[in-house]
Design a binder for this molecule. Structure first.
Ligand code: HEC
Length: 121
C-alpha cells in the first residue's frame, strides 16, 4: 500500500510540471541550491521564526519557512499560495512566473520525495 501511495504521489507531482522539467534537471533542485534562497528572498521577510511579531506584517506566527523541515511540513499550502498563474503570496507579488514554476518543480520533485521518505504523505 505504501508503495502505491508513493507512486501516485510521484505521478501527480510530475504531472503538474511541464514536460521538459519532469524531475530530471541536472543538478537536481535542492533546499541548498534553490529552496532556501527562494524562501529567504520572497517569504521569510514575514514568515521566519526569527522575525518578531511586530515586524511580520501580520503573517501568522505559526507559519514559518526558515527551516527545510518547516517547508516540507507546509509544502501543500506553499504550493497553493504560489500558484504560478494566480499567486496569493507574497501579498505584494514578487517572483516571476518562471521563478514560481521552478518553485513548483522543486516542491513536486525533491520536497515531495523527502516528505515521502519522512513518511509525511
Ligand atoms: C509581506 C509579508 C508576507 C510575505 C513576504 C509572505 N507572506 Fe504569507 N502571509 C502573510 C500574511 C499577512 C498572511 C495571513 C493572511 C493570509 O493568509 O492571506 C500569510 C499567510 C500565509 C500562509 C498561511 C495561510 C494558508 O494559506 O495556509 C501561507 C502558507 C503563506 N502565507 C505562504 C507564503 C509564501 C510561500 C510566501 C513566499 C512565496 C509568503 N507567504 C510570503 C504575509 C506574507
Amino acid at each position: 500500500m505504501r508503495a502505491c501511495i508513493g507512486v501516485v504521489l510521484l505521478f501527480a507531482g510530475c504531472a503538474e510540471v511541464d514536460s521538459d522539467s519532469a524531475c530530471d534537471r541536472e543538478p537536481t533542485l535542492t533546499y541548498e541550491n534553490f529552496g532556501q534562497g527562494f524562501m529567504d528572498q520572497y517569504c521569510n521577510g514575514c514568515h521566519s521564526s526569527l522575525v518578531p511579531a511586530p515586524y511580520r506584517n501580520d503573517a501568522p506566527e505559526s507559519v514559518n519557512f526558515d527551516t527545510y523541515a518547516a517547508v516540507i511540513a507546509q509544502r501543500e499550502r506553499i504550493s497553493v499560495r504560489t500558484d504560478s498563474l494566480e499567486p496569493t503570496m507574497p501579498p505584494g507579488g514578487g517572483p516571476t512566473t518562471e521563478e514560481l514554476e521552478v518553485l513548483h518543480e522543486w516542491l513536486s520533485c525533491a520536497v515531495a520525495e523527502d516528505a515521502a521518505a519522512l513518511g509525511e504523505e
